[in-house]
Design a protein around this ligand. Structure first.
Ligand SMILES: [Fe+2]
Length: 281
């Protein structure tokens, strides 16, 4: 891989932090984002993440409002949706700085008033990265709710790999300074793009890669509609691929759990890591 193709997430982040409010236009919206920075003569001050093989995108708490089986769609808005339009786009890389295709990204967020839709699927949707490892989400700037700064939730899963659950943040939010969950490593670069805003974020997953081996997508998983059926009472062992209905009891690592929401279990949705789906007994 030549230098120009090494997209530098850290460089982008550094630039965003240095810029304060709006990241340079060149950092937004395409494969040129980090290339442009390097080509412009601004020497990267931080080693590109994909060169030293460290620093995958950090995980964050799932929070209480994840719902399984979100619709597959790249737009969460309709013409009547209230709120400032926002696009969030970027790439998903492995540790070798290669983009990964067919990565599942499942987004959920609050509406303009800071409320989550826990009945339907408003502001919930999943999509997959394309052949270039890119994704793009059309949504709104989420509203604020008590105790948190502005954020978007996402679960990111390369084919056949564990789920990364994390959150994305907006620069220059006053509450970033007081929200104990906030992590500056998860700041998006955001710029005004009237009448809305454009944001960019590149994920780095803990997926080993070499420069000669591109990741493959042979074991895709999808959060498609649950085919939930009855399960034997008393608690079978949790297993990915199984449809669970609310109230079902399972055991996992010797501990009992009760299912809170009907869903088809996915690798990475083990009961200890999905408090919105399972309650420990
Ligand atoms: Fe939240």
């Amino acid at each position: 891989m030549d230098e120009e193709n090494k997209l530098s997430r850290k460089t982008v982040l550094k630039a965003a932090l240095a810029a304060g409010v709006a990241a340079p236009v060149a950092l937004i919206g395409g494969p040129a984002l980090a290339r442009t920075t390097v080509a412009s003569g601004q020497a990267p001050e931080l080693t590109p993440a994909c060169d030293d093989g460290d620093d995958p995108t950090p995980p964050q708490t799932e929070g209480p409002y994840f719902k399984p089986n979100s619709p597959q769609r790249t737009s969460l808005v309709t013409p009547n949706t209230q709120g400032t339009r926002l696009t969030v786009s970027g790439y998903v890389f492995g540790l070798g700085c290669l983009p990964i295709s067919r990565v599942l990204l499942d987004f959920w967020q609050a509406d303009v008033n800071g409320a989550y839709d826990n009945v339907g699927y408003t502001f919930r949707g999943h999509q997959f990265t394309n052949d270039q490892g890119a994704f793009s989400l059309s949504t709104i700037v989420p509203g604020l709710y008590p105790g948190r700064t502005r954020h978007i939730h996402v679960k990111v899963q390369a084919p056949g790999r564990p789920v990364l659950t994390t959150q994305l943040y907006f620069p220059n939010e006053p509450r970033n300074n007081t929200d104990s969950i906030f992590d500056p490593r998860l700041l998006m670069t955001v710029r005004d793009a009237p009448p809305g805003r454009q944001a960019a974020f590149d994920f780095v997953l803990n997926v080993p890669q070499t420069s000669t081996t591109r990741p493959t997508s042979t074991t895709q998983t999808t959060p498609t509609t649950s085919t939930s059926t009855s399960n034997p009472p008393g608690g079978t062992t949790w297993a990915a691929g199984t449809g669970y209905s609310a109230g079902t009891r399972v055991t996992y690592s010797g501990r009992g759990y009760v299912c809170l929401q009907a869903h088809t279990a996915q690798p990475g949705w083990e009961p200890p890591s999905t408090p919105a789906l399972w309650r420990a007994e």
